[in-house]
Design a protein around this ligand. Structure first.
Ligand SMILES: [Zn+2]
Length: 492
């Protein structure tokens, strides 16, 4: 658990058909599905944070209609009934996409993506093509991204997102139908598209687990840590397994190494000065130029010491608007434009200075890893063999990652390239953890309603109340949606 390899399968036009059956099987057999998107941009930031939610929805619609999804992460989690409770098999896909309609791509997005390893050559040569808006021709059959989205709807699984409103609008516009003009129609449509419910892990992190911070990587690492503690303290913990993929697939698999860097055990921690802004929001206007540490493991260590808790809470209140901005840019989970998102407010200076410090964060993670993986690593393995994935034996045979592996993990580690696939995995992991926490000790308790406290509640930046995904008595479904729904149900 403390150190596992997460296999993310790269799906592009040259292997999409080949992977189609396994992708469909993963979706159909899952207990829930986590999605994440990377976008070509978001347009004017300020309107995305409008106090009026209807206005905010209009701005999001405008963004979704003019921009596109560059990649889609799908993480399927399947609870394994024949294994220990809370054991999931996770299958993770990162689809590289190519929108065939005209769309806006913001220069800052390109810059950000390139800096984080996004390969535009590959996108243009290997991206899976799709058209936005309403269906053009028959999509109920065939192997396209839009028909894949229909299959996700057909599966009727709980949908998990992190700060998911923008994702939902883009998914709808890019793979489903032209977005309705009214928010009420949009939520009515969504409630019928996802009858098993939509869950937002940012909402869950903020209002259910009440972590000190709720940005994706923080919530994920915090859940992993808490899980390790529970593993030692009680028999109830989350266990994730992965498939053993054949060697023939290796060129399409991107392994992410996740170690649990418990920096507290290591000496010299005091010398590191943490960036307060980053620690609270997961985002800092200084970006890579920030002189202070953006290391999330150290940040969590500090939070766990508890002293800063009150201080930060206090500060967060004062700067709620800043946090909302940070949510929008950083949180819309890894989607580059908002992360990078220059000038969330006018005060913020250059685009460059706003690029989050993933690289810096990484190099410090690597440095720490070298100092302390050994102990943490072997200890964990000895303590909890049950948690090891089928992948683990390989990692196990070497007591610590080799230099090359460490370097690799540094380059592509959790804080590294924000691949939609890995972000989807982190999102699903948080949900699985929260779900375990909220339900009773028996499996029966997991039966519906699945996590009622978070059911159909989507996080709204800067708001204390979520957006409810419901069909109100006043709202009508959209016409395009009603037609699509027949396709989903196989009636058309
Ligand atoms: Zn900073």
């Amino acid at each position: 658990m403390s150190c596992f390899r997460v296999p993310v399968i790269d799906v592009q036009s040259d292997n999409f058909r080949e992977l189609w059956p396994s992708l469909l099987l993963a979706i159909k057999c899952s207990s829930f599905i986590a999605l994440d998107t990377e976008l070509s941009g978001l347009g004017a930031r300020k309107s995305l944070l409008n106090q009026c939610i209807e206005e905010r929805y209009k701005a999001i619609c405008n963004a979704a209609r003019t921009r596109s999804i560059l990649s889609l992460g799908i993480a399927c989690f399947r609870e394994m009934p024949d294994k220990a409770e809370h054991t999931y098999l996770s299958q993770i896909y990162n689809l590289t996409l190519l929108c065939m309609d005209e769309y806006v791509i913001e220069p800052q997005s390109v810059q950000f993506l390139v800096q984080h390893g996004f390969d535009f050559n590959r996108q243009y040569s290997q991206g899976i093509p799709y058209h936005k808006g309403n269906d053009k021709g028959d999509v109920s059959h065939g192997q396209t991204v839009r028909s894949l989205f229909l299959e996700i709807l057909r599966a009727q699984k709980p949908l998990i997102l992190h700060n998911g409103l923008i994702d939902l609008a883009f998914l709808y516009q890019c793979f489903y139908a032209h977005l309705p003009d009214s928010l009420g129609t949009f939520t009515a449509d969504l409630s019928e598209m996802f009858p098993a419910g939509i869950y937002d892990t940012k909402y869950a992190s903020e209002f259910e687990t009440r972590f000190v911070a709720s940005y994706l990587e923080y919530a994920y690492k915090k859940c992993k840590r808490e899980n390790c503690k529970q593993m030692d303290a009680s028999g109830k913990y989350l266990s994730i397994e992965f498939c053993n993929y054949p060697a023939s697939m290796s060129t399409h698999i991107d392994y992410r190494y996740c170690s649990l860097a418990t920096a507290s055990s290591k000496s010299g921690t005091e010398a590191v000065l943490l960036c307060e802004t980053f620690s609270a929001y997961g985002w800092c206007p200084q970006g890579q130029n920030c002189a202070q540490s953006h290391n999330i493991d150290l940040i969590i260590d500090e939070d766990e010491k508890g002293e800063k808790r009150k201080k930060r809470r206090h500060r967060r209140k004062r700067k709620q608007n800043v946090e909302a901005v940070a949510d929008m840019f950083v949180e819309q989970d890894g989607s580059p434009p908002e992360k990078q998102s220059c000038a969330p407010t006018q005060e913020v200076s250059t685009a460059e200075s706003n690029v989050p410090t993933e690289k810096e964060l990484n190099s410090s993670t690597v440095a720490m890893g070298e100092q302390e993986t050994d102990s943490a690593h072997t200890q964990e393995e000895a303590a909890a063999p049950a948690v090891l994935s089928p992948e683990a034996p390989r990692a196990k045979s070497t007591s610590a990652p080799s230099d090359q592996e460490a370097e690799e993990s540094g380059k592509r580690g959790e804080g590294g390239i924000h691949r939609a696939g890995f972000d989807a995995f982190m999102t699903g992991y948080i949900m699985a953890y929260v779900c375990m926490q909220k339900q009773g000790p028996t499996r029966e308790a997991a039966e519906n309603p699945w996590l009622p406290d978070c059911h159909n509640k989507v996080y709204l930046s800067g708001k204390t109340v979520p957006l409810h995904i419901v069909k109100s008595i006043f709202a009508k479904s959209s016409k395009a949606h009603s037609q699509k729904l027949k396709l989903v149900q196989g009636l058309a």
